[in-house]
Design a protein around this ligand. Sequence first.
Ligand code: ADP
Ligand code: MG
Length: 226
Amino acid sequence: MIQVKNLKRYYKTGDVIIKALNGVSFNVEKGEFIAIMGASGSGKTTLLRILGLIDHQTKGDYLIKELNLKILPEEQRRYYRLTQLGYVFQDYALINEMTALENVSILSLMADGSKKESIETAHEALKKVGLDGMVNRIPDKLSGGEKQRVAIARAIAKKPNILFADEPCANLDSKTSEQVLNVFKDLNEKYNQTIIMVTHEKWHTKFVSRIITLKDGLIISDKKIK
Ligand SMILES: Nc1ncnc2c1ncn2[C@@H]1O[C@H](COP(=O)(O)OP(=O)(O)O)[C@@H](O)[C@H]1O
Ligand SMILES: [Mg+2]
């Protein structure tokens, strides 16, 4: 489903060029749950941001279902991102003044959905992450794990081809992390959701089906584990 071919991302700061990604290649099949691992600074976030269409590569190709995303004009890229991809951030990135339901429905409203349809899909997504009893709460009245589950619901509301998550448990204790990782695992197993998740915790890898490890912008290992 995904083809990543010799992807490079260089950052230029003054006279110095940092090769954050230095030629990364791999394919992903539908239904895989992949952990991207590696030390801090190895290029994990850089890779995920490019795959999530938040950033552009310097060189190389990235295709989803045969479509080379390099050729999309900016407006179509944005629409593609909103409708086909889901992205979960470390710090939840929820809007404090809005309820869980509003936080989840806003992206589909922005993309193209009718209000009624957006609210229906938001309810459905909140149910999938086990928060159907909390749809009217604002983020301040939710625990860290619940906030992250709202953020996951927002990311899956439009049934994305691929769900990305960048260290989604970085701000959570280990018990809450386990609950959140089980939500990802359920989505993967019940709905065959393709997931690419950055983590640097070794124990998180027991939830996934494949581990790709980066070092200095290169893949040093790529292992399927079930
Ligand atoms: N916007 C940026 N400008 C310059 N250098 C950057 C930028 N973002 C990341 N880098 C550098 O790129 C390398 C990879 O960073 P990153 O992808 O954030 O790594 P990771 O997520 O694995 O910790 C690091 O050396 C980092 O300092
Ligand atoms: Mg990072």
